[in-house]
Design a protein around this ligand. Structure first.
Ligand SMILES: *[C@@H]1O[C@H](CO)[C@@H](O)[C@H](O)[C@H]1NC(C)=O
Ligand SMILES: *[C@@H]1O[C@H](CO)[C@@H](O)[C@H](O)[C@H]1NC(C)=O
Length: 883
């Protein structure tokens, strides 16, 4: 394009205006067609499904979005607030010892939640998912109690105001070297600020004790709307009067305000902070004491500001973020009175009481409920004492709170492999994801199949919040009906994922576990339709929202269902197969099935197209029934609904299930495939060209067949997969009304499966159900030298929960009123398994301060990543017997 200057002179020298206009139009048209072309040629795999978005539903209106704008949505940090906007205004917390050279030498400042930091414990004790949370962080000698509260006063602008209280103390009983602590609260804007930031607008702060001090103010696009996006951050020291009066000085404040040349700085706040403190130290070589302070300076173009508050222990500091409202100095008056100091005490106490009352209302009765004598007495293995382990209430609250408190907001594009294995990954469309995460330290991002379990708990607590999360997930569906299984959106998420896991494969599935909470919603509608109850009032409104949600979800669920039905179909009629196992993965003892969610759980030893995967078939049975329930309760036309009824009855037909998956000789359900038990990893030495071109010996470990060659057969590895017919309630409940399919009403088969379930030599351990039988040939076997066992014996809570859910169903469903043999056995097994799990989970939490990813089946110890408060948080539903 010519510059305007050039245009003018050419115009004078005879260039007509028409020529210019025409040239402009041509350029415009070219740009338009290029744009159209891009739209047109964007392959379906990278295009969103053409259907109205769930996140646009009326219930997620402006008022809802305003209430949810701010939250502790930076899942991967010990603490951070951000806005639910593509470009966030965000805050974060760091802490360190300002007097310890190791803070610099070992970069010992806490920011990102990391297992390697070795905190004694940390996590939310209470968090309501919307407005309030309180977290305890115990870091060696430091004990930090952090409370967060959002409030919406008459003067608040968009997103409301929020407060953070930090109570800084020593852990009693530990001889302490540390006298002081520095906490750093920072704010950063991912977008260009709307107005220049003013760092310390009222001048430097000598003392935080005399009254609230305004640390920084600015304006942000994230808060645009009323008040022009203006905001400010304030602080007040609230150390108790008795402690405070004995000291000459209060907490000191140091600061840094800087302009980010690159928004990537936000990912390096810790490094940035330490390096500026080091520079300040270097400038004062005369000082003989080691002290780390920010340099106290700010540029006029700041969009990142750090405030270091250094206190002698014990102390307390409150921060308040205000949106809009008074900007002039001293104009905050009463508003800050309720956000900081004594005003905040009351609000926090009220919120804590609300939380406890609501928790009791939702989960209390279920936690105390005991089976009627008679039903549980009948079980041979029933425990003598069925009272809950001490601390169950505390752990259940913490589990729920951590699941809610680690819900995050992410924005960005997944990388997707659309061509062959060597093709360049392509970006998915940029989109938001609002989701819970499995683990703040290890997996601070969204995982498709984990989310189905997370939402079972969230929907009991806050059904609308849960629908919001599910809406975000379903809106990520592409035009083919696929949803990427691991969501690594935005730089903050991407920096924490090894490169090989970043790229998603659009032909790979993941269990459609979102159908678990979705089926729950459908059953609400079915129950409401069956009851003649009055559907006006609050319940009626909630049902209307569920109904609107499912109606909007329907085209997406159809596309998702159909994607599975078509792309994951198995070789035999009504069989299914997890596609994507790699037959050439000869370095693995048993080629992994990452798609199934069960990673290294043993499948057939030689992957090929003949495989039939039992778990996937049972997931499809669940999905079919849910689709039928949704379709019929929404009153969709019979031909539409009929397909799912037919699918549900085909997949729950006992005859077909037995033919495809029951190893009659062993009496166990299993996968089918090309398999031999006689495999092992063997190390051989081969020669390969070295860097200098010379051939060199190198040892490689490969799977070798040591005995009978692979042949088509049932895969004789009894474990979680074998339980799926029970888990998905596909076995007859017995009693007089039991489904036929085998001679005796089918109850014998169910009883036989329940007996296997409780066999201690198989899965039934003192601590919960292990993933693979001790008698299985791959029990606790490594898959490669670097791959320790993962789903080969360890106890996982999501699967244990599903088994409890099924047992509870059989306990109630067998015969009339649950008094048949199946019901009695199932009830006893349920009660015993529940108690064992609670003892394991509660005991570990109380001893070690965490919930874990897995539990060891021999010692009951928590193992692998922690805190793992994704599906392990189902402990709350287990305690409350909510299935
Ligand atoms: C940490 O402090 C809180 C109160 O602020 C207290 O309830 C808790 O017991 C303390 N924890 C430890 C390990 O000192
Ligand atoms: C699933 O696929 C099978 C086989 O192609 C087809 O017969 C059936 O109608 C499909 N089910 C649904 C509900 O679309």
């Amino acid at each position: 394009m010519a510059s305007s200057k050039g245009t003018k002179s050419k115009s004078k020298s005879g260039f007509s205006v028409t020529t210019l206009v025409t040239a402009g139009l041509v350029a415009l048209a070219a740009a338009y067609f290029a744009y159209r072309g891009r739209q047109h040629f964007r392959p379906p795999v990278l295009s969103p499904l053409k259907a109205p978005k769930l996140t646009d539903l009326a219930e997620f209106d402006a008022a809802y979005k305003d209430q949810m704008l701010w939250g502790s949505y930076r899942s991967g940090l010990y603490f951070g607030m951000r806005t639910r906007t593509p470009k966030a205004l965000l805050s974060g917390l760091l802490w360190f010892d300002p007097d310890d050279p190791n803070t610099l030498n070992e970069m010992r400042a806490r920011h990102e939640a990391k297992q390697g930091d070795g905190l004694t414990t940390y996590g939310w004790k209470r968090h309501d998912g919307r407005t309030y949370g309180t977290q305890e962080l115990v870091d060696g000698e430091y004990n930090i109690t952090l409370s967060m509260l959002k409030s919406f006063g008459p003067e608040s602008g968009p997103g409301g105001d929020w407060s953070v209280r930090l109570q800084l103390a020593r852990v009693p009983g530990i001889p302490s070297r540390r006298r002081r602590i520095s906490v750093v609260m920072y704010l950063g804007d991912e977008d260009a600020p709307r107005q220049p930031w003013q760092v310390l607008p009222d001048g430097e702060v000598a003392d935080l004790r005399s009254g609230p001090a305004t640390l920084v103010s600015g304006a942000s696009s994230a808060l645009a709307g009323r008040g022009g996006g203006r905001w400010a951050l304030h602080a007040l020291e609230t150390t108790s009067a008795s402690v405070s009066s004995s000291r000459s000085r209060g907490c000191r404040v140091d600061y840094l305000g800087m302009g980010m040349e690159d928004k990537g700085y936000l990912l390096k706040v810790k490094e940035l902070m330490l390096s500026t403190m080091w520079e300040r130290l270097e400038r004062q070589p005369s000082s003989n004491r080691f002290r780390l302070y920010l340099p106290n300076g700010a540029t006029t173009s700041a969009d990142l500001a750090l405030f270091q508050v250094t206190c002698v222990l014990p102390s307390a500091v409150d921060f308040a973020f205000t949106s809009s409202g008074a900007v002039e100095s001293g104009g905050w008056g009463e508003r800050l009175g309720s956000l900081l100091g004594p005003g905040l005490d009351e609000a926090l106490a009220a919120k804590q009481a609300d939380f406890d009352e609501r928790f009791e209302r939702i989960f209390g009765a279920g936690m105390r409920r005991q089976r009627q004598p008679g039903a549980s007495d009948a079980g041979a293995s029933s425990s003598s004492s069925s009272s809950l382990p001490e601390g169950t209430l505390e752990v259940s609250r913490a589990a729920l709170s951590n699941l809610l408190g680690s819900v995050g907001y992410f924005y960005g594009s997944s990388l997707v492999r659309t061509g062959g294995p060597d093709s360049e990954p392509q970006p998915y469309w940029p989109a938001p994801l609002f989701t819970a995460v499995p683990s703040r330290s290890f997996f601070p991002r969204g995982f498709l199949w984990d989310e189905g379990f997370h939402q079972l708990l969230v929907q009991k607590w806050d059904p609308q919040l849960s629908r919001d999360v599910i809406a975000h997930w379903l809106d990520l569906m592409n035009a083919q009906g696929w949803i990427p299984r691991e969501q690594i959106l935005g730089e903050e998420a991407r920096t924490r994922v090894p490169a090989e896991f970043v790229v998603q494969n659009p032909s790979h599935a993941n269990p459609p576990s979102l159908f678990l909470p979705i089926a729950k919603m459908a059953s609400q509608l079915v129950a409401a339709a069956a009851a003649t109850a009055d559907t006006r009032g609050a319940d009626g409104e909630e049902l209307a929202r569920v109904s609107a949600f499912l109606r909007r979800a329907w085209p997406r669920l159809e596309a998702w269902y159909s994607w599975f039905n078509v792309t994951q179909a198995g070789p035999a009629a009504s069989s299914f197969r997890w596609h994507g196992r790699d037959p050439s993965a000869v370095g693995e003892l048993n080629p992994k099935t990452l798609t199934s969610g069960l990673d290294d759980y043993p499948r057939s030893s030689h992957p090929d197209d003949s495989e039939r995967h039992l778990d996937l078939r049972c997931w499809m049975a669940l999905a079919s029934q849910a689709m039928y329930d949704i379709g019929s309760s929404l009153g969709l036309s019979p031909p539409v609904v009929e397909r799912y009824r037919a699918a549900a009855s085909l997949l729950s037909d006992l005859g077909a299930l037995r033919r495809l998956h029951l190893d009659e000789a062993a009496g166990r359900f299993a996968d089918w495939g090309t398999h031999t038990e006689d495999v092992q990893l063997a190390t051989r030495v081969i020669t390969v060209p070295g860097p200098d071109g010379q051939l060199q010996p190198q040892s490689v470990t490969q799977r070798v067949v040591t005995g009978s060659p692979p042949r088509p057969q049932f895969v004789p590895q009894y474990g979680y997969v074998s339980l799926f017919p029970l888990i998905m309630k596909l076995l007859p409940a017995g009693g007089d009304g039991g489904d036929a399919g085998s001679g005796s009403g089918g109850a014998d088969l169910t009883l036989q499966q329940l007996a296997l379930l409780q066999d201690p030599s198989l899965l039934w351990s003192p601590y919960g159900l292990r993933s693979l039988a001790t008698s299985a040939s791959l029990y606790k076997k490594r898959n490669t030298a670097d791959d320790p066992p993962y789903w080969r014996g360890q106890i996982w809570i999501n699967m244990n929960y599903l088994v409890l859910r099924a047992l509870s169903y059989y306990a109630a469903a067998g015969g009339s009123g649950g008094d048949g043999e199946v019901a009695r056995v199932a009830a006893a097994a349920h009660d015993e398994l529940r108690l064992r799990l609670l003892k394991t989970l509660v005991g570990n939490y109380r001893r070690n301060g965490y919930l874990y990813e897995q539990y060891d089946d021999e010692s009951g110890r928590g193992i692998s990543s922690h805190p793992f408060t994704g599906w392990t948080a189902l402990v709350t539903l287990i305690a409350a017997q909510e299935y």
